[in-house]
Design a protein around this ligand. Structure first.
Ligand code: AHR
Length: 659
């Protein structure tokens, strides 16, 4: 009974305070005359990890799954629908994997006993996205024993076996030979398959059967998916972190990401099971492997294409501590350290150096101008600090200007975090990677996280973060509007503390609609389409409006960290001559604010960009991909203070031209 009375009173007072809050008009003061600090060009970047089919089946535009028959089950992804394996041996044909050389060990031997109907079908990555009138580049290797097979026919088919694209090749040689062809699709289909049939009887060996759209990012042959890179480009990211994430660490050490195996000829790169294949029982993806077609050279090239500083993260000799936690002994650390040194040479070395030459041979004689390197991902404890010191000493001895990113573990608080921060501070670490996967409420409550952070301590790389509507690694997490605007509230705090927070990135970046393991994710795609989540537009809004100089924005002399559910940050852009003010209203109703801007002469016009949605659960979807997107309108500057009404649950960016 008593309990009820208290809660009624409490609800009553909440209501009163919210009505009172809404009736008040907050006056915010912006001082445009004083730069608090420079905003780093790297302030808003991207975190890429091959999780959720983000590389193979995603950004890397290859349409054939298991093109070189190197999956653990060598014919995974390949169907042989007409093979009748009976004791009477009546099959019309069959394929079996054969093992050969070092890295790309398997090829597929096809034996055709009669030429009626045997087919080998590739299912793609949960289908292949094919567009009407678009061209597709086919390539493969074949060795045609005694010229037995007269013709190979390649067809795009749908689930009803309807053909909507076809080409054929006459395999001329007994020896391994490369063949290419191009064909055009006559229909659009999200779940196409590639069917291969044969004329003639006898044996033919096949390998590296590959199909790419001609229309790739920058029209690079066998390149990246254009729509997905465009979404990355549109964020104008300051950096690109790659290749992860836990994928860097591996479940075991031998399973770690080894960048050296990801460069050179694509067909020589060793295929490997993706660690996310088996990570979550809620989303097992047995067909998730890494072809490394998107490897370190391509990551560097992508960074360059989208104007982002490359930021590779490497294994520090510790396997994922959520899995085996396997350790390389201190006495066995040299190869790991050498990998880091060689990577710097690969990126920046002269073409006369061993690794610089490999980069050059791959088509990029000019250095990639690498400035950052990360040592370990989410490692924790004494073992990490011990190993970090070895890396730091070796890297700085050879490359004193390279900035080293160190890790602080998987959580932004708790024993492991406190220990790491204490140690890294003593070591005068330059840039510490912090990860925050927390509730939306946590994000709102932590907008002041860095307000009292030691300005002389290590700089912060907010390297992975996402508000989670349910909880960490839960498949029910949604990219909903509450998560997105709560992140925006938090980001105002990161921006206000640009003196210490120098790089930030949402994680993970991408997820395939049919093949994800982890939610939420910034970009969603299927084989034909892609869209940015509301969280994507939050990132984009901050990134393209990051400005050059941080300004002070206060209410009654205090930073806005959620008083009356209001959050704010302000910058100026010396290039565009604008003052840019970001305001986040997380209240259930609109709020009026008055902005008293001093220290700048304003022109008569500006613009107002708004990201808003009515309900906490709202999301962008394939059906409605632009539901939550920024809307821009003209803003008329008034004399004196600027008066704004901030809708409930909204993010507002006010851009004012100065004269
Ligand atoms: O972003 C997904 C995972 O979350 C990353 O791989 C890891 O670093 C973190 O735990």
């Amino acid at each position: 009974m008593k309990r009820n009375v208290i809660s009624t009173l409490f609800i009553g007072s909440l209501l009163l305070s919210s009505i009172y809050a809404n009736a008040q008009k907050a006056t915010l003061e912006v001082d445009a005359s004083k730069t608090i600090t420079k905003i780093q060009p790297t302030m808003f970047g991207l975190f890429f990890e091959d999780i959720n089919f983000a590389a193979d089946g995603g950004l890397y535009a290859e349409m054939i799954k298991n093109r070189s028959f190197e999956f653990e089950k060598p014919l995974m992804g390949w169907e042989q629908p007409n093979t009748k394996r009976s004791s009477l041996n009546k099959e019309s044909g069959s394929a079996l994997p054969i093992n050969i050389a070092a890295n790309n060990t398997n090829f597929c031997r096809v034996e055709i006993n009669n030429d009626k109907g045997y087919a080998l079908i590739n299912e793609g990555f949960r289908g292949m996205g094919v567009k009407k009138d678009a061209k597709y580049n086919l390539s493969f290797k074949a060795a045609n024993h005694n010229g037995a097979i007269k013709k190979i026919i390649f067809q795009l088919i749908n689930k009803d076996q309807k053909v909507f694209g076809e080409t054929s090749i006459v395999p001329k040689s007994d020896d391994w030979t490369n063949y290419t062809a191009q064909f055009t699709a006559t229909e659009t289909e999200a779940k196409a398959k590639l069917k291969i049939t044969f004329q003639g009887t006898g044996t033919i060996d096949l390998d590296m059967i590959s199909l790419f759209p001609e229309d790739t990012w920058k029209n690079r042959k066998n390149g990246l998916r254009k729509d997905l890179v465009q979404l990355l480009y549109d964020v104008k990211p300051g950096f690109l972190r790659f290749p992860g994430g836990c994928i860097v660490e591996g479940r075991t050490l031998s399973d770690r990401y080894q960048w050296k195996k990801s460069v050179g000829n694509v067909e020589d790169r060793e295929t490997k099971m993706n660690r996310w294949n088996v990570e979550f029982n809620h989303k097992l993806t047995p067909d998730y492997f890494q072809s490394f077609g998107l490897g370190f050279f391509e990551y560097f090239q992508l960074s360059e294409d989208i104007g982002a500083e490359p930021l590779p993260i490497l294994s520090c000799g510790m396997a994922c501590q959520y899995n085996t936690g396997e350790l390389a002994l201190m006495s066995e650390l040299d190869p790991y350290v050498q990998d880091a040194l060689d990577l710097i040479e690969f990126a920046n070395g002269a073409v006369t150096t061993t690794w610089g030459k490999i980069r050059s041979d791959m088509g990029h004689p000019k250095p990639f101008n690498l400035k950052y390197i990360g040592v370990g991902n989410e490692q924790w404890g004494v073992d990490y600090i011990e190993r970090y010191k070895v890396f730091e000493k070796a890297i700085k001895a050879k490359y004193p200007n390279i900035i080293i990113v160190s890790g602080s573990g998987p959580s932004p608080d708790g024993e492991h975090f406190d220990y790491a921060m204490k140690e890294l501070k003593e070591l005068k670490a330059e840039l510490v990677d912090e990860h925050y996967y927390k509730s939306p409420q946590w994000f709102r409550e932590n907008a002041g996280r860095y307000d009292n952070y030691d300005r002389k301590g290590p700089k912060i790389f907010a390297g992975e973060y996402a508000a989670q509507s349910v909880s960490g690694a839960n498949p029910n997490n949604r990219n909903n509007w509450e998560c997105a605007f709560s992140e925006a509230a938090f980001i105002t705090g990161l921006e206000r503390n640009a003196a210490v927070v120098q790089l930030t990135s949402y994680a993970p970046l991408m997820a395939h609609e049919d093949a994800w393991q982890w939610t939420p994710d910034m970009i969603w795609f299927n084989n034909l389409e892609s869209y940015g989540s509301a969280n994507y537009y939050v990132q984009q809004l901050f990134s393209i409006n990051k400005g050059t100089d941080l300004l002070d924005i206060t209410q009654d002399g205090k930073a806005l960290i959620g008083q009356n559910n209001l959050y704010a940050s302000a910058v100026k852009d010396v290039n565009s001559k604008e003052i840019i003010i970001k305001l986040v209203n997380t209240a259930t109703s609109s709020q009026e604010v008055s902005i008293d801007l001093k220290g700048a002469k304003l022109g008569s016009k500006g613009s107002l960009i708004r990201l808003v949605s009515a309900n906490l659960q709202d999301e962008n979807t394939f059906a409605d991909p632009k539901k939550i997107t920024p809307k821009q309108s003209e803003y008329k500057v008034t004399k004196g203070k600027q008066q704004l009404s901030l809708p409930a649950y909204s993010i507002t960016v006010l851009k004012l031209k100065t004269t």
